[in-house]
Design a protein around this ligand. Sequence first.
Ligand SMILES: C[S@@+](CC[C@H](N)C(=O)[O-])C[C@H]1O[C@@H](n2cnc3c(N)ncnc32)[C@H](O)[C@@H]1O
Length: 254
Amino acid sequence: MTYYDDLTKDEKRVTVFKEAISRKAHGITYDLGTGSGILASFASKNAQKVYALEINPLVIKKYAAKLLEEYDNIEILEEDASSYEFKEKADVIICEMLDTALIDEEQVPVINNAIKYAKEDTVFIPESTYDTIQVGEAKLSYVTYQEFGNRTFNSLSSEIKYNEVNFSRKINPNFEKDINLTIEKAGTINCLLITTYTCVADNLITEPTPMLNPPLLIPTNELQVSKGDTIIINLKYTMGGGLNTIRTNTKRVI
Ligand SMILES: C[S@@+](CC[C@H](N)C(=O)[O-])C[C@H]1O[C@@H](n2cnc3c(N)ncnc32)[C@H](O)[C@@H]1O
């Protein structure tokens, strides 16, 4: 199985995008980072024209060109969507280059380019994402994704929402925030867990799936905590800048 097979066989991910695209695709629709072309194929039915952009020529040749061959209203463009000059304004912009907290893929630079070619009523699929954080204990010395059920994280706090990103507006890629959390269980914090939820359309919200935003474990400085303590996490990263841009510091509020 390749990466693209895994993406297209992730039933939960595909179903929620198919539902949103079936509801919303119309007029001039762009699919940015088309990969296998699967989302463009869903858009074909209700859109007048679909532009399917993909940066990687090998992916176009091996996957998108084959899948999209029979769709007369889809044009594949080998382009970098973060700098591409759209030939027509967009009625719909589909962009599934998501990653947990939008850190490690190009969703943010690509959307920041695409919104230059949006209209007042352009529909974005997905519409937005929001991120939550919890603190806890894990055996971990590097930033990594929590593969489903494979890594133990003992949470010492509740899960709180700390950020929301709406794709219909220009996004500042440089994220930094002091986040307050209340400790619910005594222990030694050494790790943060970030979870990203995706609002694909209207009230269609999906939690992580095997190939969409796996929760992210981030080691942080050790801090002994008791139930009822309030802590502040300083969290900093660049959206689209990669996992090595993540910086954290955790301290107790006295
Ligand atoms: C996570 S995959 C998703 C593929 C497809 N959208 C889907 O949902 O199955 C992201 C795709 O975007 C492509 N990509 C990454 N950066 C890009 C860029 N700047 N311009 C165009 N395509 C890009 C990658 O090569 C990859 O095929």
